[in-house]
Design a protein around this ligand. Structure first.
Ligand code: NAG
Ligand code: NAG
Ligand code: NAG
Length: 271
């Protein structure tokens, strides 16, 4: 039911492999799911036809969505955050928002303590280490959804590899810190370690694990998203959300690219 804004992940949910739906969406156990379930009593050929139709629809939607946003989401454009206020990431205001969404950040900026004056452009390369922190920013519009949280979205190894997405890590990546920080007046360009936004408060920690492992390893229960420490109120009015992502005694590196399946730090709408 959630979508990867501006992609309509809602519809991709209906793919034969529903793992993406699992990752994207806590409340994915919709009745439609079971109708496409090959294990149902429906004859195998009928299930197959349904799956083929679902894949075709999903691909068509994906292409439409990619075409309409390709100007904003490729890596080259990410390197020009000035032209990239981010509002368009959440869709036009007249667009009806019926399902909760997953939002890709409008800026992804590295700062490096070891090179305190170094300015990095916003880009896809995410690196966390003892000397590297990442700053993420989202421009949220009004929404009927009143609760949001920030989390890692990690595909299973197999799903990631199928899309050429992987990450390297060492140390504990189950307690990655998400800090609320000051909003940089001049935007997300020209940030260095020295000029980085200042921490206001630790919103919480998140585990960098596929959702299934998160639930298993952290002993989470149904509806755990609503308990998340990184949850905050949103939707009443447009807002700029800026966070620092950091970790202690650990290292994590990957490319955060706007495509399915997400491998990302993203903002989720709920409730
Ligand atoms: C796979 O991903 C790596 C790193 O993200 C990239 O350098 C490479 O070009 C990609 N390969 C393909 C076939 O897309
Ligand atoms: C971040 O801190 C500011 C200032 O205290 C506060 O207004 C804002 O609501 C906080 N944002 C989040 C997402 O916690
Ligand atoms: C970037 O920041 C540095 C140091 O804070 C400053 O000297 C420089 O003028 C800034 N450049 C731009 C283009 O704002």
């Amino acid at each position: 039911m959630a979508s990867y804004s501006p992609l309509q992940m809602h519809d991709l949910d209906h793919q034969p492999e529903d793992t993406e739906g699992d990752i994207l969406l806590p409340d994915k156990h919709t009745p439609e799911h079971s109708t496409a379930d090959p294990s149902s009593k429906r004859p195998a050929w009928a299930a197959l036809v349904l799956q083929v139709i679902a894949v075709i629809c999903a691909c068509a939607l994906y292409n439409v969505a990619s075409a309409s946003v390709s100007g904003q989401h490729n890596v080259q454009k990410l390197r020009q955050p000035n032209q990239f206020p981010g509002i368009e990431l959440v869709g036009s205001p007249q667009q009806k928002q019926r399902a909760p969404k997953l939002y890709f950040p409008s800026a992804i900026v590295r700062v490096n303590k070891a090179l305190p004056d170094q300015v990095y452009n916003s880009g896809s390369h995410v690196i966390l280490s003892d000397s590297d922190s990442m700053f993420f920013q989202w421009h949220l519009g009004q929404s009927k959804f009143t609760s949001c949280y920030i989390d890692s979205i990690v595909p299973t190894v197999e799903d990631g590899l199928a899309a050429n997405k992987s990450y390297t890590s060492s140390g504990s990546i189950t307690e990655i810190q998400i800090w609320n920080v000051t909003t940089p007046v001049e935007g997300m360009t020209n940030l260095s370690w020295k000029t980085r936004p200042q921490r206001i408060a630790l919103m919480g920690t998140v585990a960098f694990l596929p959702e299934k492992d998160k639930i298993e390893q952290l002993g989470l229960e149904d509806g755990w998203q609503s308990q998340l420490a990184t949850r905050f109120s949103c939707g009443k009015e447009a807002a700029v959300i800026t966070v620092e992502v950091a970790c202690n005694s650990c290292r994590l590196e990957f490319e955060q690219i706007f495509s399915v399946p997400p491998l990302a730090f993203d903002l989720m709408e709920i409730g």
